[in-house]
Design a protein around this ligand. Structure first.
Ligand code: C2E
Ligand code: CA
Ligand code: CA
Ligand code: CA
Length: 279
């Protein structure tokens, strides 16, 4: 028994060591990666369920690593949030989006609002709103074109500081999307007075409603409640036509998910926009 225990211990020790080495590797790589433009912004279109057309998109970051290939956010974001690098990376993503919107305008193309993810780390920075304002001003982008996705759990912390910054953002003209709505421990009651313009319903509500009538009813009630609160809704993680149809039926305005399109590189997104086909 003792021998086994030691073996296990050695095993865990080894994985822990590897994890730490891996984290150290990422730390060493990230500044170089930003300089060498290894971070790419992908776009996942958001569709109107009534017209069937693209109305906006969400910007999602990817790390195209020279040795490890394409890394998805879950493999590096937790580390970046931990060491603060996330604020630099997010700023890079927002700037990339603003530049693109500016380019669309100058080319006389139709301009779509793009939503970006905001790490909670940024919300503790009291200069955040003014920095964001100077960024959009630099590229002559109206604040309402850069929509800010803030995850539900940031609201549940319910700190005055956070709520203050969010209302400051709203007053400056930015639109705030509550991301992952319904995923955490938020109470519906909090929706009474938090600064938010759009609800993004978490994909957990979407997946599996076909198998259970309860899940379907819950989804319908959430959409109905949002409508009563005059909050537009985006459903996330829509993977089938049936899901899209049901969402339309219960009054959900818009949706994104693999059924419509995966997150795609900019060039592909612009092709989709040019076609502007209904789904
Ligand atoms: P999120 O903001 O909730 O983004 C939605 C995630 O669901 C994305 O994963 C997207 O690729 C995935 N997804 C979209 N449609 C479907 C679907 O139909 N089915 C399934 N199963 N998944 C779908 P991704 O790109 O891996 O991003 C994961 C998370 O990383 C994001 O979750 C967001 O919280 C964070 N993230 C991504 N990019 C950024 C960024 O630039 N800055 C910050 N701070 N966070 C980011
Ligand atoms: Ca998001
Ligand atoms: Ca989400
Ligand atoms: Ca999420």
């Amino acid at each position: 028994v003792k021998g086994n225990y030691l073996k296990h211990y050695a095993f865990y020790d080894e994985t822990l060591r590897n994890e730490m080495l891996e984290e150290q590797n990422i730390l060493n790589d990230m500044e170089t990666a930003l300089k060498n433009r290894q971070f790419e912004v992908y776009f996942q279109p958001v569709y109107s369920l009534s017209t069937g057309k693209i109305i906006s998109a969400e910007a999602l970051v990817r790390w195209v690593h020279p040795e490890k290939g394409m890394l998805s956010p879950s493999s590096f974001l937790p580390i970046f949030e931990h060491n603060g690098f996330i604020t630099k990376l997010d700023t890079y993503v927002w700037e990339t989006v603003c530049k693109r919107i500016q380019l669309w305008k100058s080319e006389g193309k139709e301009v779509y609002p793009i939503s970006v993810n905001v790490s909670r780390v940024h919300l503790y920075d009291s200069n955040f709103c003014s920095e964001l304002l100077s960024l959009v001003q630099k590229y002559d982008v109206e604040p309402c074109l850069l929509k800010l996705e803030i995850t539900e759990s940031a609201y549940t912390e319910n700190e005055k500081q956070l709520l203050y910054i969010m209302s400051q953002l709203q007053c400056s003209g930015f639109k705030i999307l509550m991301d992952d709505f319904g995923s955490g421990y938020s109470s519906l009651n909090m929706l009474k007075d938090v600064p938010v313009d759009v609800l993004k319903i978490d994909m957990r509500f979407i997946n599996g409603f076909e198998e259970s009538t309860r899940a379907g009813s819950i989804l319908a009630s959430v959409v109905q409640m949002a409508r009563r609160l005059k909050l537009p809704v985006i459903a996330e993680g829509v993977e089938t036509r049936e899901q899209a149809e049901y969402l339309r039926l219960i009054g959900c305005e818009s949706a994104q998910g693999y059924f419509f399109s995966r997150p795609i590189p900019l060039q592909d997104f612009e092709l989709l926009l040019a076609e502007n086909k209904t789904f």
